[in-house]
Write a protein that binds this ligand. Structure first.
Ligand code: PGA
Length: 248
């Protein structure tokens, strides 16, 4: 089954609003590709200007975080309806930085996946193991547990719309990329797990990205693997190189 490629930038805590608009201008002609879904996941304060800046282009806008309630006394948080109203389509959930720095656990992450679907946002659900788990050889069990918990109560039809990003923590921002074979092994494992938890049609439809120091030099090889349908890109999404990854 042909799955549509999805290349998403994860800007993290980078780009002031005016820098964000300038970056959209720099990337505008470089990210043109009608065969690929291109997404910029941007800091909350950049959402409104970025939605405006990419209007009429092939770029979709995503957010990096939200809280599970619609509104109320949650100082500092933003809600799914706010994101939706601002023109956001995708939402990163379960990134290792949110798990490790902000203490998000799989119970909250599962609630966020449910809330995103209920609100009409498409989750990019992240999973991935630490270097210690990779070295201990237990990374497959870890990924299996993360995905199984995070998708508890999610229907097959929803999973068909889901994007899963496999991001080994030891490869994020370190310049150390998983080899294409290492990335493919885990992305294939995730697809098999979806077939087991749901069915083959769902496993064939779900899109799986690799993330972790993906760049203009290694993207083509990673993206040539049968179970890798795209990338979630941090550092290289802030540079003209992102256009090379979109067109790899
Ligand atoms: P990186 O980040 O490309 O800078 O390694 C990827 C991510 O954390 O999503």
């Amino acid at each position: 089954m042909a799955r549509r490629r999805i290349i998403a930038g994860n800007w993290k805590m980078n780009m002031t609003p005016s820098e964000a608009v300038a970056l959209c201008g720099t990337l505008k002609d470089l990210v043109k590709n009608d065969a690929v879904d291109v997404v910029y996941c941007v800091p909350a304060i950049d959402i409104v200007p970025v939605v405006e800046a990419v209007k009429g282009s092939n770029v979709h806008v995503g957010a990096e975080n939200f809280y599970i309630e619609d509104k109320g006394a949650f100082t500092g948080e933003i809600s799914a309806p706010m994101l939706k109203d601002a023109g956001v389509e995708y939402i990163i959930i379960g990134h290792s930085e949110r798990r490790d720095i902000f203490g998000e656990n799989d119970v909250l992450i599962n609630s966020k996946v449910k809330k995103a679907f209920a609100s009409g946002l498409k989750p990019i659900l992240c999973c991935g193991e630490s270097l210690a788990l990779r070295k201990a050889g237990t990374y497959k069990e870890w990924i299996t547990r993360q995905i199984t918990w995070d998708l508890d109560g999610i229907t097959a039809d929803q999973v068909k719309e889901l994007v899963i990003a496999y991001e080994p923590i030891w490869a994020i921002g370190t310049g150390e990329t998983a080899s294409a074979d290492q990335a493919e092994e885990v992305c294939g494992l995730i697809r098999e797990l979806i077939a087991k938890l749901y069915d083959q049609a769902t496993a064939d439809a779900v899109r799986i990205q690799y993330g972790g120091s993906m760049n203009a030099g290694n993207a083509a090889e990673l993206l040539s693997k049968p179970n890798i349908d795209g990338g979630l890109i941090g550092g290289a999404s802030l540079k003209p190189d992102f256009g090379k990854i979109v067109n790899a």
